[in-house]
Design a protein around this ligand. Structure first.
Ligand code: G3P
Length: 217
């Protein structure tokens, strides 16, 4: 399972990268705005800064919603750095653009996926990644994990190569349950990665080992 961090915060990205288990980064316009990154040049520079920190794929989202605009923006993003993956919303024009990018060998992440039908379309268009939003489904009392399971079944049935990127991950149990269901990638905040480290028995066990080790010194 690949671990992506879902943030545009460079400190968090560096910290996750330092753990040695980070495979990539996902961003979206809201995450960029949270870091006060505004203006086209600053936004493009920020993507480059992220690519400097990590080795893997970095999703950068288009904001156009028409085919020509998505293609123009996506091609510019893809040219910026080889690690950039063009993130495209699951809308009709986005689907057409994903097919266009796929034919040109440009990697894509189809975002805002809330149903298995949407995921099926994204795979048929040749998306590199599909991003079902787990937490946002849970927010409206719908089982987000069930969507991951459905997409896994459908993709396995037809051997689609599109990777399931479980997104809108909020906590460690989302990560663990997605791993059990066979999601290819999870993207979440630093806390969802850090939290996996923690167990009270590890802490008390280590304290005891260190106390007993005092007699060795
Ligand atoms: O990757 C998608 C993600 O950024 C959405 O997360 O927590 O805003 O639902 P959230």
């Amino acid at each position: 399972m690949k671990f992506f961090i879902d943030t545009a915060n460079l400190i968090h990205i560096k910290e996750a990268q330092g753990l040695g288990v980070l495979d990539g980064v996902t961003t979206n316009p809201s995450l960029m705005a949270k870091e006060d990154i505004t203006g086209k040049d600053n936004i493009l520079q920020h993507y480059l800064d992220i690519c400097e920190i990590v080795d893997g794929d970095v999703s950068a989202e288009v904001v156009a919603t028409d085919f020509d605009g998505i293609v123009r923006e996506g091609e510019e993003l893809a040219k910026l750095h080889e690690q950039i993956v063009v993130k495209v919303p699951m809308i009709k024009e986005g689907l057409k653009a994903i097919k266009y990018f796929s034919d040109k060998g440009i990697k894509t992440n189809c975002t805002l996926i809330f149903s298995s039908g949407q995921a099926l379309l994204a795979a048929k268009a040749g998306a590199t990644y599909v991003s079902p939003f787990l937490g946002r489904l849970d927010d409206i009392s719908t089982d987000g994990l069930n969507l991951i399971a459905e997409i896994r079944l459908i993709y396995d049935n037809y051997k689609f190569e599109t990777e399931i990127l479980a997104a809108s991950i909020r906590h460690t149990m989302h990560v663990i349950n997605c791993a059990k269901l066979g999601a290819d990638v999870m993207t979440g905040p630093l806390s969802s990665i850090d939290g996996l480290l923690k167990h009270p028995l590890t802490e008390t066990g280590l304290s005891k080992f260190l106390e007993d080790a005092k007699s060795f010194m």
